[in-house]
Design a protein around this ligand. Structure first.
Ligand code: S3P
Length: 450
C-alpha cells in the first residue's frame, strides 16, 4: 500500500547516457531541524531551500499543532514564528508524522520536557518502527509514554512536569536518538550530556550552536560527549538548507553505472558525518570529483561530478563508516551489483529498522533481478556481475520505503531488461522531483501497471 493509499507502479527502462546538471532538493535532516528549532526560538526564523517532501511537510504541520506559526512563502522559502523553549502548547489532535522516523523521534524529544501531552501516529511503516529508543531516555527526564506492544506508535507522551537533566549513553548509532535527547534537554535546568560511541550526523549540535545554545563536544575514550546547557533563549536564524547528499546519491550512482554518463550535482552538503558513500564509491573506482569546495551556512558544500565508471570493483566497506552513509546502503548495493567482485557491508544492523528492513528489501529485489546476495543479521554481501551483466526483468517491492524505491529505479537504468516497482509513491517523502529530474537527465522512467 502507498503512503496515501494509492500505489504508483513504475518501470525503469535501460537508457542511454545521463547527462546534465542535477539540482537536488534540500537536505531532509536539516529541513526537519530548521522547522523544529525555528519553532523553539523566539521570533521569526527564515528558511530557504527547505525540502518540501512529505516527511518535512508533516513536521511543519506538527510544529503548527504545538503552537508555532509556520508559513510557506513560496519558492522553497519558509517562515517560522517560534514560541520559545518551553513554549509548546498542547496539540488539539493526534500528530501524524506520516513516514518520518526523524520527524516523530525529534518532536517527541522536543515536547518531552514540557508539561503537555501529545499522541503520535504515522503510516504502516512508521507504526512498525521501534520507539523505545526515544521513550527510554525521555523517561529519565521524567516523561511518561504509553504505546502499542513493542514500543510502537500510536503512542502518547506525557511530558515531564519537573524535568531533571540526564547523562545518556546512546546504545545504538542514532542521530535521531541523540537529537531527541538534546532537544528534550533544552527545557531542563542544568547540563544534559549525551554520549555517542560512534559519531553520527551532527546537524543538531551545529544548529543548536547557530541558534545560540551553549553546546560543547569532546572526543573522549568513551566516545563523543555532547554537553548542552539547558534553558537557553534560542535566537531566530536565517537558514540556507544545503542540498541533500542522500538524495544526490541517486543521480550520482546512476551516472556511475550508465554507459557514457556525466552528471554535475551542484551545491551538495558534504558534512563529514554524511559523506561516507562518496569515499566508498571512490575506493570502488568511481570517477567522482569534488569541485568548488566551500562552506555555506555552517555546513561544508561542493559541486560533485560523477561519470560512468566501467571498472568498479567490489570492496569491504569500512564498518567505521557505516553511520556516515547509513541511508546510502540501498543505492550502494545497486552499484555493487554492477561492480566486479563482491562488496561486503558489515556493522549495519540499523538497516533492519529503517522505513523497511533495508537489507531484506534490497536482497530480495536484487536476487529477483539476477544478483546473488548473502546476508546475516548485521551484514550483507552483494556479488557483483560487472557493468553490462545485470539481468533485471523483475518487479521489486518498495515496502513504503523511498530509498528502496529509488534504488531499484536507478538499477533499471543499466540492467539488460527493465526493472519494475510495485509502488513509487514513497519517493515523495524525500525526493518529490525524482522522476522529473532523472527523466530530464535521460532516464526512461514510466508509471505503469506492474
Ligand atoms: C536521521 C538519522 C538517521 C537516518 C535518517 C535521518 C536524522 O536515522 O537514517 O534518515 O535526520 O537524524 P537514525 O538516527 O535512526 O540512524
Amino acid at each position: 500500500m502507498s503512503a496515501h493509499g494509492i500505489p504508483i507502479p513504475m518501470m525503469s527502462y535501460p537508457c542511454g547516457p545521463i547527462k546534465g546538471e542535477a539540482c537536488i532538493p534540500g537536505d531532509k535532516s536539516i529541513s526537519h531541524r530548521s522547522l523544529i528549532l525555528g519553532a523553539l526560538a523566539i521570533g521569526e526564523t527564515r528558511i530557504s531551500g527547505l525540502l518540501e517532501g512529505d516527511d518535512v511537510l508533516d513536521t511543519a504541520e506538527a510544529m503548527r499543532a504545538f503552537g508555532a506559526e509556520v508559513t510557506d512563502l513560496g519558492g522553497g522559502e519558509w517562515s517560522v514564528h517560534g514560541v520559545g523553549v518551553g513554549g509548546f502548547c498542547e496539540p488539539d489532535n493526534i500528530i501524524d508524522c506520516g513516514n518520518s522516523g526523524t520527524g516523530v523521534r525529534l518532536i517527541m524529544g522536543a515536547m518531552a520536557t514540557s508539561a503537555i501531552t501529545a499522541t503520535f501516529t504515522g503510516d504502516a511503516s512508521l507504526n512498525s518502527r521501534p520507539m523505545a529508543r526515544v521513550t527510554d531516555p525521555i523517561a529519565l527526564f521524567g516523561a511518561q509514554s504509553i504505546g502499542r506492544t513493542g514500543g510502537r506508535l500510536p503512542m502518547t507522551i506525557i511530558g515531564a512536569v519537573d524535568p531533571v537533566p540526564i547523562r545518556y549513553v546512546v546504545p545504538m548509532p542514532s542521530a535521531q536518538v541523540k537529537s531527541a535527547v538534546l532537544l528534550a534537554g533544552l527545557n531542563v535546568p542544568g547540563k544534559t550530556v549525551v554520549v555517542e560511541k560512534e559519531a553520527t550526523r551532527d546537524h543538531t549540535e551545529r544548529m543548536l550552536v547557530g541558534f545560540g545554545a551553549e553546546v560543547t563536544v569532546e572526543d573522549t575514550l568513551e566516545g563523543r560527549v555532547i554537553t548542552l546547557t539547558g534553558q537557553p533563549e534560542l535566537r531566530p536564524q536565517t537558514i540556507l538548507v544545503p542540498r541533500d547528499p542522500s538524495s544526490a546519491a541517486f543521480p550520482v550512482c546512476a551516472a556511475l553505472i550508465t554507459e557514457g554518463s556525466d552528471v554535475l550535482v551542484p551545491n551538495i552538503g558534504l558534512n563529514p558525518t554524511r559523506a561516507g558513500l562518496f569515499a566508498t564509491l571512490r575506493e570502488m573506482g568511481a570517477d567522482l570529483t569534488f569541485e568548488n569546495e566551500r562552506e555555506e551556512g555552517g555546513e561544508p558544500v561542493a559541486d560533485l561530478r560523477s561519470r560512468f565508471s566501467p571498472h568498479l570493483k567490489g570492496i569491504d566497506v569500512d564498518s567505521n563508516r557505516a553511520a556516515s552513509m547509513i541511508d546510502e546502503y540501498p543505492i550502494l548495493s545497486v552499484v555493487a551489483a554492477f561492480a566486479e567482485g563482491s562488496t561486503v557491508m558489515k556493522g549495519v544492523k540499523e538497516l533492519r529498522v529503517k522505513e523497511s528492513d533495508r537489507i531484506d528489501a534490497m536482497a530480495t529485489g536484487l536476487r529477483k533481478n539476477g544478483v546473488d546476495v548473502d546476508e546475516g543479521e548485521d551484514w550483507w554481501i552483494v556479488h557483483g556481475r560487472g557493468h553490462s551483466n545485470v539481468r533485471g526483468g523483475a518487479i521489486c517491492e518498495s515496502h513504503l520505503d523511498h530509498r528502496i524505491a529509488m534504488s531499484f529505479m536507478v538499477m533499471g537504468m543499466a540492467t539488460q531488461n527493465p526493472v519494475g516497482l510495485d509502488d513509487g509513491s514513497p519517493i515523495a517523502t524525500s525526493f518529490p522531483i525524482f522522476e522529473r529530474l532523472m527523466s530530464s537527465l535521460g532516464a526512461d522512467l514510466k508509471r505503469s501497471k506492474p
